[in-house]
Design a binder for this molecule. Structure first.
Ligand code: GLY
Ligand code: MN
Ligand code: MN
Length: 464
């Protein structure tokens, strides 16, 4: 790790340390390894909180950090026998120099050393929700500290969720994060271009094209640019499969005249990208496809305009919904006599059968990144109401105010299932358009537009 990067992680640790209160200590383990079957593990992926503070990707590691900023990494020790099987380990002796942490110990020493780190501290901070068994482990260490109270030791009286602090920090991306996310976005955009062009070319050549062929193109492009993994399971959905929101890439054939929806993004150096494009398998939109596509694109454009500092997180969604609802009325998918006017459609959520998800989520190390969607400090204000469709009690807390450096997706869509009250020309059309937006000082920047989005540009790309 170069000195600049070491300084980035050191600065994050210092910012966290400053929020631990007097005499606090934080314990942040990385993710466990997960077995797939017998001797096979799932590919290892570090814990995002841990990585955010260390940049370290090996398993079986843990960071300990005090309010005063003292920190130690526990990590796997060098072991040449194990390294023959599992590969290189940094080892705790090299860790301080390599990563810029103060001290490092073997992970085998964590259990014996932790009671000392907890002793005479007033609070202990750790992730409450992400590490199964950690609370029990902490409790066992605290029990050891309590056993020493009669010898003068103080046991932490408070336990706090360190993620509450880290979520806020992670919500606003720093320069290093934004640079990585831009690079991930560029790679993913290139992968979408490659998949679109492959689809048209293979159909032109009369080849059998399946969803998995396009998934292979995506993976090829991700990997050849150094991406470690897809940021989530890729969706490649031909025709009516696009109406299944969590469809995966399966084996359905792609046919001329059908739309294909691809929702795929790579993870690069710990950061996700998340792009959806919907395009005609053979590169030519039919008139009904184009009508709905232009509608979704217009709704996305409205959401882009609504994404700026000072706006609320829900503003892009409301802007997109307004355009979609009007379009559904105009195209006859909603009938005014039955559902009323635009405001009725929005209030009663009559658009819901065609648009049933939110327009945005935070994006960062995790594809659905952490960070509260409610503005902090206002959590008691706002009323409550019943959702008109599910009946769920909704607390109307003030939505998050957007600030420069926040990153969110803008991903409106329309999904039309066959139904007797829906014009048949629209049946089985599923469209989503998703870009990644960085909130800037004056608005937002879409970092995923290296893949075309207009009808004209998509058709041109697929012709060439
Ligand atoms: N690909 C996951 C999402 O769009 O939310
Ligand atoms: Mn998304
Ligand atoms: Mn997506």
């Amino acid at each position: 790790m170069d000195e600049t990067l070491k300084a980035v992680y050191a600065q994050r640790r210092a910012r966290l340390a400053a929020q631990l209160g007097p005499s606090g200590v934080a314990v942040i383990p990385t993710a466990p390894e997960r077995g797939r079957n017998r001797d096979s593990d799932f590919p290892y992926r570090h814990d995002s909180y841990f990585f955010y503070l260390t940049g370290f990707t090996e398993p079986q590691a843990c960071l300990v950090l005090t309010s005063e900023g003292r920190n130690a990494l526990f990590c796997l020790p060098k072991d040449l026998d194990r390294e023959i099987w599992d590969g290189y380990r940094l080892g705790h002796e090299a860790a301080p120099q390599a990563l810029g942490v103060d001290e490092a110990f073997s992970s085998a020493d964590l259990k014996s050393k932790m009671p000392q780190w907890l002793e005479n501290r007033s609070s202990v901070w750790f992730p409450f929700a992400t590490h199964e068994g950690l609370a029990t482990q902490i409790e066992a260490w605290l029990t050891q500290v309590r056993a020493r109270v009669r010898f003068g030791a103080q046991c932490p009286a408070q336990q706090n969720d360190v993620c509450a602090l880290l979520d806020e920090m992670r919500l606003v991306k720093d320069g290093h994060e934004l640079a990585t996310m831009r690079q991930a976005a560029r790679i993913s955009a290139g992968a979408h271009v490659r998949a679109m062009q492959s689809s048209a070319r293979m159909l032109r050549l009369g080849q059998d094209v399946r969803e998995y062929h396009l998934e292979a193109e995506l993976l090829h492009e991700f990997r050849r640019h150094g991406s470690q993994f897809p940021a989530y399971t890729s969706i490649v959905a031909a025709g009516s499969n696009a109406c299944v929101l969590h469809y995966r890439a399966d084996a359905a054939p792609l046919r001329a005249g059908q739309l294909v929806l691809i929702d795929a993004g790579c993870e690069l150096n710990g950061y996700a990208s998340d792009i959806t494009r919907t395009f005609p398998a053979d590169g030519h939109f039919t008139p009904p496809q184009q009508a709905l596509y232009e509608l979704v694109l217009a709704s996305q454009e409205a959401s882009v305009q609504a994404t700026r500092p000072g706006a609320r997180f829900t503003d892009p969604h409301q802007a997109a919904v307004r355009v979609l609802a009007q379009g559904l009325l105009d195209e006859g998918l909603l009938v005014r006599d039955q559902v009323g006017g635009l405001d009725d459609v929005i209030e009663k959520r009559a658009y819901f059968p065609f648009y049933m998800h939110r327009t945005s989520h935070w994006l960062g190390m995790d594809v659905h990144d952490c960070g509260s969607y409610v503005e902090p400090g206002n959590s008691d204000s706002g009323g409550s109401r019943r959702d008109p469709i599910s009946g769920e009690l909704i607390l109307d807390r003030p939505s998050r105010i957007l600030r420069p450096g926040m990153v969110l997706t803008l991903e409106p869509g329309l999904y039309v299932r066959p139904a007797s009250n829906v014009p048949e020309q629209f049946w089985n059309i599923g469209i989503r358009i998703e870009d990644d937006a960085v909130v800037t000082e004056s608005g937002c920047e879409l970092i995923t537009r290296d893949v075309p989005v207009s009808v004209r540009d998509i058709e041109a790309l697929m012709r060439d």
